[in-house]
Design a protein around this ligand. Structure first.
Ligand SMILES: Nc1ncnc2c1ncn2[C@@H]1O[C@H](COP(=O)(O)OP(=O)(O)OP(=O)(O)O)[C@@H](O)[C@H]1O
Length: 738
């Protein structure tokens, strides 16, 4: 087994390139501090304890395309925030034999951008999407070690545990959500000879940018305080950002805020705006409703001084500011929902209330934007019945089990349940039992004391169950919970006591439980893969989310998603796309619909109609295949009972729709379908039409923008909202024939 890492000459102020052999991969040539050396040493010891070999293994087990697709879908919000930052970061390191990587919270690489030659080299050591780079899988490496240490980590050349990776230099920084949970890791990896000491700084700044975007998105309907001890730092990456609910509680913070205040996330949540800064929400609203307001000087009880600038959604807050005594307003519930990351829901983040112009303190509950469970019900009767059932058991300490295919919105429903419950102001903690390696799930759930097991983070950790205390614990993919842990979970749920690994002390917990799975738990019980007693403990009320192909509110969902993705313009679907959507079987359910529409919104930039040209090649291929199969088997399109969108349906589809109050009738088979009532089956048109790849569509969009701008790349870049370098790179690739 390998001995500990001891760089013989740490402190030698020498760059690798200046060594007599420039290809010699020596970490000891860098000016490394003791903390760094200790970190690598600890990591090597962990790898040795894992029994990892330093010799390259051939089997890297990358995820298959569809599994990678699922992991990417799960992390789509992270990617949406990270993608522009990755582009920007890449522009800083382009042509330096490097790549930018985004990994999820388990270390699986989701996306990469890089110099093509280097991407090829990297793929030889499986540094590519779909491969897991946790320490357990790949030994000491920046991504895996940053995840364990929960801090930015450089791993250079022979600091990598495995010999095959010695040609790399990697700088990685974890990306945290406003509650301090790890969302993923951003990494720059390159040839060790191209090491540059500024790379780590760039990666850290970029991770901070992603975190700040995430926070702003989560709390877009909540007051945000931007502060710094130096007024000129407000608005920069160094600023602290705090999210404040209407009753003055501090519900979220960025890394800059915690660092400046010297508080942990948990300690911060014990404060209110008055106990921390000695001011009130009402005073801040009064001061900052003027766009000309200057930052407010405040002093902490410790004597430290800061300058604070408040941002908030003015009409909503104005309405609320005249009645702060009424704390439990819809917006306060929204704040709590946002704390739980509910912004992803779309409904919760709606700004409809703010555009209603109802100033003057008269915003009644009825006028507030729909949030929580109400926001999910769009007219489908199955769905409405399900929501009704859930409402009846809300706040009754009855665990809810959500069943449904992947992408049907199980997590969204769980968040809405929390948001509508009396616990809305308390934490919502989600644990995905399928995405945490089996060896770590116990520690993740129950927590552990310092040094409880090999591979533990240095300082021990509070488990997710304790984190959820007072609030809601959402166990997603509960069917993937290892059987060996199910008894432990059952005990905790029954006794309401958690004992962290390696500890003798139990902690009392009070959580409402919501679980979800796409698996058939009853079958699993028969196969002895799931404990029957646990099943009954989790299943106070089981509800099955219908797959999208069974839902009658497809068009209402489309409208909801288009409104959210493209709030500035009223996008509609062309009749052909409506037909295509209604004839499709949507195996990826709402998630797939969401992604198809999101891409279409980008592709239809500047246009008001989404046509077939704005859809991805892959989707059209699949739709064509389904249509052909149906045509061959003369199978009718099994469309659900039609329900018009709750809003103005004509904004979504260009084809006429029955009025909302029309009697609900089953849709006839495609062949006999009257054209104005329901679109014709998709088979009639699609097979003849040439398909374009997503890349082609993207290139064509860029080329059109450049042409429209008379060849002026800067103007085209501005119109498309992308950088000039991106345009040059994409067009260059095309001309290179790549
Ligand atoms: N009612 C809805 N309105 C808007 N978007 C929705 C809705 N339901 C689901 N989505 C979108 O679909 C995606 C998948 O939702 P969610 O993660 O809740 O599904 P899931 O059933 O938990 O999936 P999985 O089983 O794969 O974990 C989300 O990103 C969300 O944006």
């Amino acid at each position: 087994m390998a001995g500990p890492y001891t760089p013989a000459s740490a402190g030698l102020r020498m760059r690798p390139g200046s060594s007599s052999d420039p290809r010699r991969p020596i970490a000891s040539a860098l000016p490394l501090d003791n903390e760094h050396v200790h970190k690598i040493d600890q990591s090597h010891q962990r790898c040795a304890a894992f029994g990892l070999s330093r010799i390259e293994r051939l089997d890297y087990s990358p995820l298959g395309r569809s599994d990678l697709g699922v992991v990417r879908e799960r992390n789509q919000r992270l990617y949406a925030h990270a993608a522009p930052v990755m582009e920007m970061l890449y522009e800083q390191i382009v042509n330096s034999e490097s790549m930018v990587l985004l990994c999820d919270a388990t270390g699986t690489i989701l996306h990469s951008i890089g110099d093509q030659d280097f991407l090829n080299r990297a793929s030889k050591v499986a540094l590519q999407p779909g491969v897991n780079w946790s320490e357990q899988a790949k030994g000491t490496n920046a991504v895996g070690t940053a995840l364990i240490e929960e801090s930015p980590t450089l791993v250079h050349a022979d600091e990598h545990y495995m010999h095959a990776n010695h040609f790399l230099t990697c700088s990685a920084a974890p990306i945290l959500d406003p509650r301090g949970n790890i969302l993923g890791v951003l990494d720059v990896s390159g040839d060790q000879r191209s090491y540059h000491q500024h790379t780590m700084g760039l990666v850290k700044m970029s991770a901070r940018m992603i975190e700040n975007h995430w926070l702003t998105d989560d709390y877009r309907n909540v007051m945000r305080l931007h502060f710094h001890s130096r007024v000129e730092f407000i608005g920069t990456l160094m600023e602290g950002i705090l999210a404040v609910s209407q009753d003055g509680k501090l519900v979220g913070a960025n890394r800059g805020a915690l660092e400046q205040l010297g508080l942990s996330g948990a300690a911060l949540r014990m404060h209110t705006i008055s106990s921390l800064f000695g001011t009130t929400v009402a005073a801040l609203v009064d001061r900052f409703r003027s766009p000309l307001a200057t930052p407010l000087p405040v002093e902490l009880s410790s004597g430290r001084q800061f300058h604070v600038y408040a941002r908030f959604n003015w009409p909503v807050w104005h309405a609320a500011s005249s009645g702060f005594a009424a704390e439990a307003t819809a917006s306060a519930a929204q704040a709590a929902g946002a704390e739980a990351g509910a912004a992803e829901a779309g409904g919760g983040g709606s700004s409809a209330g703010s555009s209603s112009g109802s100033a003057g303190g008269s915003t009644a509950a009825g006028a507030a934007p729909a949030t929580g469970l109400a926001s999910l019900s769009l007219g489908d009767t199955q769905f409405a019945a399900l929501i009704d059932k859930i409402r009846r058991v809300l706040n009754r300490d009855i665990p809810i089990l959500i069943l449904g295919e992947t992408g049907t919105g199980k997590e969204l429903l769980a968040r809405a349940i929390h948001q509508d419950s009396e616990r809305a102001r308390q934490p919502f903690v989600a644990v995905n039992c399928a995405s945490i390696p089996e060896t770590l799930i116990e520690a993740e759930l129950f927590g552990y004391e310092e040094g409880a097991f090999t591979g533990a983070r240095r300082k021990g950790a509070v488990g997710k169950i304790v984190q959820a205390n007072g609030g809601t614990l959402f166990l997603d993919e509960i069917g993937d919970m290892p059987i060996s842990l199910q008894a432990h979970l059952l005990r905790v749920l029954q006794e309401r006591q958690v004992t962290p690994l390696g500890s003798a002390k139990s902690v009392s917990v009070d959580v409402t439980l919501v679980c979800a799975t796409h698996r058939n738990l009853r079958e699993m019980i028969e196969q002895k893969a799931f404990r029957e007693d646990l099943y009954y403990r989790l299943n106070g009320l089981a509800v099955r989310l219908p797959p999208l192909r069974e839902r009658s509110d497809l068009m209402a969902l489309v409208e909801r998603i288009l409104d959210r993705e493209s709030p500035e313009r009223r996008l509609r679907l062309s009749p052909e796309v409506v037909r295509l959507f209604q004839g499709y079987h949507w195996p990826g359910n709402v998630r797939q619909l969401f992604n198809v529409l999101r891409t279409a919104c980008v592709m239809a930039s500047g246009e008001s109609l989404i046509t077939r040209d704005h859809l991805s090649d892959d989707f059209i291929d699949d739709a064509r295949r389904v249509a052909q199969q149906r045509a061959a088997s003369a199978e009718p399109v099994v469309a659900p009972v039609f329900v018009a969108p709750t809003g103005p349906a004509q904004q979504v589809a260009a084809v006429p729709m029955p009025p909302a109050a029309a009697p609900v009738e089953p849709v006839p088979p495609a062949a006999s379908m009257p054209a104005p009532q329901m679109p014709a089956p998709v088979a009639a048109r699609l097979p003849d039409e040439p398909a374009m790849s997503l890349e082609d569509i993207e290139l064509r969009t860029i080329q059109q923008a450049v042409d429209a701008a008379g060849g002026n790349i800067s103007v085209a870049a501005k119109r498309l909202g992308i950088s000039r370098n991106t345009i040059y790179r994409k067009l260059r690739w095309r001309s290179d024939g790549r």
